[in-house]
Design a protein around this ligand. Sequence first.
Ligand code: ATP
Length: 306
Amino acid sequence: MIQLYQPLNFMGLLYREVKQAVIDIELMFNILGQAPEVEDRGDATTLNVTRGDVRFENVRFGYDSAREVLKGLSFTIPAGHTVAVVGSSGAGKSTLSRLLFRFYEPWSGRITIDGQDIAGVTQTSLRAAIGMVPQDTVLFNDSIGYNIRYGRWDAGEDEVREAARAAQIDGFIQRVTGSYEAQVGERGLKLSGGEKQRVAIARTILKGPPILVLDEATSALDTFTERDIQEALRRVSENRTTLVIAHRLTTIVDADEIIVLDKGVIAERGRHEALVAKGGLYARLWNRQREADVDAEQDGSALPPD
Ligand code: ATP
């Protein structure tokens, strides 16, 4: 029996590794929309995260040489703090997260984590240090427990449940399926955008990375779901260096710094109250969103689902 068990066990491990690689690539495609271009340098070192300080230093970048998307950006996210990036569509917000993951290299300038230029570290060590809650989460045709455990394969059942609780998805699982073994996907449980995002939050809680990138969903979630998600995100970002790519300004009023991007440059920066008082671009974005929220409440689309 043991003779049979060992190769089977090995096959199981192999299967997981292959599956993990496929998932990572899928996630990458999800973020990028295209294949990765960057390779490790021959002398790449392992990133050593001691505090989790992230710095963008005069970063210039474009996807093709004819058009510069980021025109010399500098900002710091001190360890454990949250910086939110806002700006109109196409301003370059998601590009910042792609550069932090090193899916692309800056034309000039550099990005450092605890003083180490990310261009000189291995991509594996870089990506192990960063957790991502993407706009659209990929779920696999497997159990809900499997989908959460993807954050860390060796997590025990208690840890999976604890993460699900913190991400505010445990109640839903108990109510709808009663089991973490329930299948999700085409032939199983179908999850809404907000529920999928909570699964992504649970994965990230399990992974427990020192640095976090939250790419908010552009699609409008109802106000009540959004509040739950906000609470889950607040918990996951506590004591972690967090970069929020924000589409909903209501979610970032507590950020330590808000960076307003406009055509690849920082047009304004500061905390929410100060930026609103300033009456500039951020104040205009804020007022526009408030008006849209009032309209949504009036036509009933902000009501919770029954
Ligand atoms: P949104 O709020 O709509 O998500 P964003 O501020 O995140 O927008 P980015 O995705 O960073 O914007 O894109 C910045 C600019 O770079 C846009 O003009 C976009 O068209 C361009 N861009 C993004 N990805 C690519 C790509 N893979 N190849 C070429 N150009 C790209």
